[in-house]
Write a protein that binds this ligand. Structure first.
Ligand SMILES: Nc1ncnc2c1ncn2[C@@H]1O[C@H](COP(=O)(O)OP(=O)(O)O)[C@@H](O)[C@H]1O
Ligand SMILES: [Mg+2]
Length: 552
């Protein structure tokens, strides 16, 4: 309503039509609003006040993936599962998760329960983790993880509260000898602060872990973009994880682990100087504990040795012993320019933990029945100073649909991305590959068609998502290039498999053709050469033998 009002006013403003009715026209009806008097700065000042982050996201919940009940259900499960996996892996525990979604008495309302065997959450942190947006352990570091911003699980709880009035219920234990904490929490959206409704010590029969319960408005669907699909893809990309899943229809699905090997623990890194921007540099200079600019450069960044720091500072005409607090904006600006022109080594790469070729194939085999599997794990590369790595895997043939477009599984830091396929660099990279060369059909510039499941994983210390709901990856050319190369490598292996299969099929056809004619050849030879029956039989079985041997 408000919008259409604005549009009408605007079109009047810019309209070239006369604003006053021509003479003789009836006066405007009473209901038309007179323009209100111009607002003064003082009046505006009365209305100006702080907007809390929670108020902002309550109004803009679509930015976090809660735009409709179907997506909201998926997003809530996703946030809880992503946190559970992050926590388990950081604590080096093989994740064993339980996910349950059940209908409640109220229509279109569900209860989502996610339980993990992770390290648990320290008692007095629980309210802030679940009752405050932008509160978390992952934002201020450069480390590959699923979560990053510190809004995931608290936003899910906030959505639940908004749509049902119920708090999020959390049970957590950090060790066998520790008490089990139970909390019921909501967010005070005006202050972005937790409100505790219940706090007690309870019994729970696990050594350590966390259980999150959220009641929320939602819609459960199966198939594409469903919770079921998200969990299936999570199982593929995380073969070390076991997930027990009870869906709202009462069915129980178990995604067994395909390995008991935890992924290598990615190392946290310092920012690479190539990725730094002026504002960030100024803030780092203000906050650093380093006493002079040289030690600031060597201690706060990766790949800046004392020798390189000297070189940079000499070119920028800054004294290496200058106090960081004395660096002026102008000097910081020069510093950045010089850094960008200085040759630096790429960031260290053990900050990324790939799924790995073998594990990708194991994951695909576990969930997808096909004839042929292959995978590629590329070497790390860098965009804007951030290390990243691309992996691709594919499953072909077997029971897969031959008519439809390829099923594309997009993953970022092992998390399946189910929405905004069209706006994602992964889709772009895959579509830009010429699939005809690998025996698939394709309209130029689109996804290929054929019995194919294709998985692409982008892993990075900072995945550049197109929005906070983390559904698609932004179009950095460096990332697209790596995607293309990974997919092409898989494509080449697929191509030789497809060609081999075609050749075999062709040979089989010819062979069965010849096979059919062997008895006729026998009869013909018998007549021409006047052979007896056993000689004829001999000839026929020799020919059959030769044919069999040629099969290899
Ligand atoms: N299941 C869990 N086990 C242990 N810690 C958790 C769990 N869920 C959340 N946390 C902690 O709470 C923080 C906030 O979670 P969240 O709001 O999802 O933000 P993010 O995952 O982006 O950091 C996490 O950074 C983590 O430290
Ligand atoms: Mg999270």
């Amino acid at each position: 309503m408000g919008d259409s009002e604005n549009i009408t006013n605007q079109s009047n403003l810019f309209s070239t039509a006369p604003q006053t009715p021509p003479e003789g026209d009836k006066p405007a009806p009473k209901s038309v609003r007179k323009p209100s008097h111009p607002v003064t700065a003082a009046e505006m000042a009365k209305r100006q006040r702080e907007i809390s982050i929670s108020e902002f996201f309550t109004k803009n919940r679509h930015l976090l993936g809660f735009d409709n009940p179907r997506k909201a259900l998926l997003t809530a499960v996703k946030e809880a599962v992503d946190n559970a996996l992050d926590a388990c892996e950081e604590a080096q525990i093989l994740p064993r998760l339980k996910v349950a979604i059940s209908k409640t008495e109220v229509e279109d309302r569900f209860k989502v329960v996610v339980e993990d065997n992770g390290p648990g959450i320290v008692r007095n942190q629980i309210p802030r983790v679940f009752g405050k947006l932008l509160y978390g352990s992952k934002f201020h570091r450069l480390k590959m993880s699923r979560g990053q911003q510190g809004i995931g699980i608290s936003a899910a709880g906030m959505y639940g509260h908004l749509t049902t009035g119920k708090p999020v219920c959390v049970t957590s234990r950090t060790g066998r000898n520790k008490p089990v904490s139970y909390y019921e929490i909501t967010i005070n959206t005006q202050q972005n602060e937790p409100q505790i409704h219940k706090e007690e010590v309870v019994q729970w029969d696990v050594e350590h872990g966390t259980r999150v319960e959220i009641e929320m408005e939602g819609r459960y669907i199966r198939g594409r973009q469903s919770v079921d699909e998200y969990l299936e893809q999570t199982a593929i990309a995380n073969p070390h994880t076991r997930i027990e899943y009870a869906n709202p229809d009462g069915a129980q699905v178990v995604f067994e682990a395909a390995t008991d090997q935890l992924p290598s623990e990615p190392r946290e890194i310092k920012p690479h100087p190539y990725g730094i921007e002026l504002g960030m540099l100024i803030k780092m200079l203000e906050e650093t504990k380093a006493r002079n600019i040289k030690s600031f450069l060597t201690s706060e960044f990766s790949r800046v040795s004392p020798k390189i720091a000297d070189e940079i500072l000499k070119t920028a005409r800054i004294n290496p012993t200058a106090r960081t607090s004395r660096i002026a904006r102008q000097e910081a600006d020069t510093l950045i320019k010089v850094i960008r022109e200085t040759k630096l080594r790429n960031p260290p790469m053990d900050c990324i933990s790939p799924i790995g070729q073998e594990q990708i194939i194991a994951g695909l085999k576990k969930q997808i029945k096909a004839d042929f599997y292959t995978a590629v794990s590329r070497s790390p590369a860098v965009y804007r100073g951030n290390p990243f790595l691309v992996e691709a895997g594919l499953a072909y043939g077997g029971e897969l649909d031959t008519e439809g477009t390829v099923r594309l599984l997009r993953l970022a830091n092992r998390v399946p991305l189910l929405h905004q396929q069209g706006g994602c660099i992964i889709t772009q990279g895959v579509s830009d590959v010429s699939w005809k060369a690998y025996g698939m059909s394709q309209h130029a510039g689109s996804l290929p068609v054929g019995p194919l499941v294709l998985m692409v994983h982008v892993a990075s210390v900072w995945v550049p998502f197109t929005s906070e709901s983390k559904e698609a990856i932004a179009a950095y050319p460096e990332i697209e290039k790596e995607i293309r190369l990974a997919v092409q490598e898989c494509g080449r292996m697929l191509g030789s498999h497809v060609r081999r299969r075609r050749r075999e099929a062709e040979e089989n056809k010819k062979r069965s053709y010849i096979e059919k004619y062997i008895p006729h050849i026998g009869i013909a030879l018998k007549e021409i050469l006047d052979l007896d029956d056993s000689a004829t039989e001999n000839v026929c079985s020799t020919l059959t033998c030769i044919l069999e041997r040629s099969r290899g």
